[in-house]
Design a protein around this ligand. Structure first.
Ligand SMILES: Cc1ncc(COP(=O)(O)O)c(C=O)c1O
Length: 360
């Protein structure tokens, strides 16, 4: 890989990516309606409206700029990633914009919907049989084709500017300014790379405000155990059923030191919550948004019982249309033995009483 890429090509590449940002409006902050007398307000930051449909549009943009300014991406660089999900969709979009080849290493079990989305933006999928093989295979592929491994899991926390620069946290606080509780008591997010929680956690400390960060983790994921025990080598070796979040190992971009509380969330709870979201707001979201909502409802139930007024902000990470044949398909849920009925009842009761029945 020639170390020195032509500066004029890099200048133009950065201009093209910045122009994309300039053409995009900021993502909305929706209100989830709760009884006013509770004194607690809930908001969802809608990242599904990004051009590539998820919060990963921001990360992909940051990873491309990071690679460009580091001299790692040039006019004939082949770009490689290890992602079967939202990140690969967004990276394919930026690679096409720069006229670069993009290959993502994905498990053979990846949903046809996700493959179609990656290929729609011109990305190529390279298959491995086992999910853990994605990382070494991506590294091998990048060195074999003289390419650059974007490596979201390692660089997510480094490529994103946590001080501001229109990062997701700065956008949330700007959009909360006129609310009755402008500084959230809690921000609730999930972790895939860990980059989003790191950005929020660093930003609230840098801005010296009182907001606390809660991170939700789905079944089988390693983050919760690692945070609880402090052992960053904690590993379940198990994949998560909630796309985008939960990991078989703790990823390098996970920063436990900025997390005030974590919740391990049953998959049935996550998948029931997105049905209630659609029922109450019409918004159609992916599973990781449901995991977020479980965390938000749990904290709101606690605030109501303690008479604490305030606001809670969480993320709508990607759109539900991607999961029409899975999370929104009752036959698929039955086949996976996921019974959402008890949680639907629990949430509907919570939205009246403010009390979320504790986990059995
Ligand atoms: C749909 C979805 N939700 C949440 C996340 C978690 O974001 P992060 O990787 O910043 O931890 C991801 C990450 O891939 C995602 O795809």
């Amino acid at each position: 890989m020639s170390l020195l890429h032509s500066r004029s090509w890099v200048r133009e590449a950065v201009r093209i990516i910045e122009a994309d940002a300039n053409r995009s409006a900021d993502t909305h902050l929706h209100v989830f309606p709760l009884p006013a007398e509770w004194g607690v307000d809930l908001y969802l930051k809608d990242e599904s409206v990004h051009p590539t449909g998820s919060l990963k549009h921001r990360l992909a943009r940051s990873l491309f700029l990071y690679g460009l300014v580091n001299g790692q991406i040039g006019p004939d660089t082949v770009l490689v990633e290890a992602s079967s999900g939202s990140t690969a969709v967004s990276e394919a979009y930026f690679a096409r914009m720069l006229g670069l080849r993009f290959i993502t290493v994905v498990p053979r079990s990846t949903s046809p919907e996700k493959i179609a989305l990656i290929e729609f933006y011109g990305g190529e999928c390279h298959y491995v049989d086992r999910a853990p093989d994605m990382y070494p295979e991506a590294e091998r592929l990048a060195s074999e084709c003289n390419g650059h491994y974007l490596d979201q899991f390692t660089y997510a926390e480094r490529a994103t500017d946590w001080r501001g620069n229109n990062n997701i946290a700065e956008s949330v606080y700007a959009q909360m300014q006129s609310e009755r509780h402008p500084v959230p008591a809690w921000i609730v997010v999930g972790a895939g790379t860990g980059g989003t929680s790191a950005t929020f956690g660093r930003y609230v400390r840098y801005k010296r405000n009182t907001t606390k960060i809660a991170v939700v983790d789905p079944e089988n994921s390693s983050f919760f155990g690692a945070w609880q025990t402090g052992a960053l080598d904690y590993s379940t070796g198990m994949p998560s059923r909630i796309e985008g979040i939960g990991r078989p190992r703790v990823e390098p971009s996970f920063v436990p030191g900025v997390i005030d509380e974590m919740f391990q969330v049953p998959d049935a709870a996550s998948l029931a919550a997105i049905r209630v979201l659609r029922e109450r707001t019409g918004h159609w979201a992916g599973g990781s948004t449901g995991t977020n909502l479980f965390g938000a409802f749990t904290l709101i139930s606690r605030m109501v019982s303690e008479g604490q007024a305030g606001s809670v902000v969480t993320l709508l990470c990607d759109g539900g249309e991607r999961y029409a044949n899975t999370y929104y398909d009752d036959a698929w849920l039955a086949q996976k033995n996921i019974d959402i009925a008890p949680y639907l009842e629990k949430y509907r009761e919570f939205l009246v009483s403010g009390k979320l029945a504790p986990e059995a």
